[in-house]
Design a binder for this molecule. Sequence first.
Ligand SMILES: [Zn+2]
Ligand SMILES: [Zn+2]
Length: 269
Amino acid sequence: MELIDSHAHVDDSRFDEDREAMFERTRDAGVTTLLALGTGPGPHKLDAAMPFAEAYDWIYTTVGIHPHEAKDVTQGHLDELARLAKHPKVIAWGEIGLDYFYDHSPRDVQERVFRAQMELAAAAKLPIIIHCRDAWADCMRLIEEVWRPTGLGGILHCFTSTLEDARRGIEMGFMVSFAGNSTYPKTQNLRDVAKVLPLANILIETDAPYLAPQPYRGKRNEPAYVAEVARILASVRDLPADEFAARTAGNFRRFFRLDGLRVSAAAES
Ligand SMILES: [Zn+2]
Ligand SMILES: [Zn+2]
C-alpha cells in the first residue's frame, strides 16, 4: 500500500525514545512521503521539524505558529518564520487558524496572528494548513476575506465540520484532510462527509502523536497508523484500501507539485 501522511508532529518529545524505529515502521507501512509540521513546542522553537526534513528526502516540513500559542507571538517570531519559509523543504505554512475549544489564547489575538501569518504565507507563496476547532464560521470568513484572493489554497487539516464547510473549502482551493478521529464510532458525521466529497480533494493524516485511529485509540499515534485511516475511509467509499491510499497519495503530490516541479528544479541545479 502506498500512503502519504499529510500531517504529523514527528518532532514531539513522545518520539524521543524511539524516533528512528518509528520512522522505520512508517516506511514499512508504505508511507512514501510525510509532512512534518513545524509548529513544534511553540514560538520559542520555530525550526522544530527542520532537522527531519533535512535528514530524510521523503519528509517535508512547514513553518507556522499554532493558534494555541498566539498569545506568545512577537514581531521577531514572525520575521523568523518568514526567513525559515525560504528553506527548500518547507512546502506549506501552518498549522494556523482558530481554536475556540481550548481557547489557550484570547480569540482576538488568535485572529490577529492568523491574519498576520496568512499575509506572510501569501508573500512566501506557500499554501496554508488550517487548524480549526469549534470556530468554523470565523475560520471560513477569514479564509474567504484574506486567503481566497491569493489562489494558493491549502489543507483543512483534521477536518471536523460539515459537508457544507468542506465544499466551501474546496471551492476556495483547499484539500480536506481526515485524521484518526474520523475512524471513531461517534464520528459517523465525518465518514458521511468523506463518502461524498470528490476523491480528488481528499487527503489522510495521523496528526501523530495525537488522535490515534480506532484500533490504537488512547495510545500514542504514529505515522504508520495512517494505514488505518485509509482502510476505514476506503470501506466508506467502497474502494479497495490500496486504491484509496494511492489516490490520496497522488492528491498530495499533485497539490504540492512534488512530481514535476521538484524534478525539473533538481535537473536545473
Ligand atoms: Zn491541528
Ligand atoms: Zn497538528
